[in-house]
Design a protein around this ligand. Sequence first.
Ligand code: SF4
Length: 289
Amino acid sequence: MAFSTRRRPENAAGDVYVDATCIDCATCRWMAPETFASAGDQSAVHRQPETEAERHRALMALVACPTASIGTVAKHPMEGVLAAFPDPVTAGVLHCGYHHEGSFGAASYLVVRPEGNVLVDSPRFAKPLVRRLEELGGVHTMFLTHRDDVADHARFAAHFGCERVLHAGDVHGDLHAVERTLEGVDPIRLADDLLAIPVPGHTRGSTCLLWDQRVLFSGDHVAWSAELEQVYAFRTACWHDWDVQTASMHRLADHPFEWILPGHGRRCTFPRDEMRTRILDVAAWMERR
Ligand code: SF4
């Protein structure tokens, strides 16, 4: 719960505000850019919502915020906002919202498929979300892209009885309990429509999940940079080996996809040929870093 007594002075005057507990995860900025922006090393409201649609997106960001750092002066009915998650992104893929502080606010996604739904990385184990996941058919598989974005994985596994999948290179602590570990750097077919692509670098066991030859869940391996307007990799948040991550980026260009849905950073979509060119461009850029 945000506190008006801790309201940041950088906020525009009015109903919606960010308080001083913001951890600068950027979630509100990509979910509701018409309302939230960067101000110093935290977020703030740069313009108050002016339409119902803008208010709805701002309140969705309030729900998604991992640290409950967004507040409103007025009371708003929240039923419709809570029911808006998971939020459709593209056919068959939904953004779970309810980001977790333990994964520094990383995004989590649900793939809805007849063979069983896949939860990619872990949102907060929040009752409204869990109920919606049940209504959507539950969780068959929980794919963990890397060790940092696992948050409430144990609670989801216990509740849904799902199989957790993680690369062996990232197994540590309570992650020893995951049901399936992946090995090596060669792609691993999990199902006709699901391909695990190991991309070591950000962490030793980072692995992307490619669904339907269309959507790449990239963890923290690759994302879109709104500032640079390019597909991007996080040099200052590379915890294992930058050269290894660069080699992984070159290999990723072998796979066709149209969407990048990352844990951190912005999502993006391009036609397959253009996406491949952009992946090769970022690999070349990484070689110069
Ligand atoms: S979602 Fe919350 S923690 Fe993340 S940048 Fe916005 S206010 Fe800060």
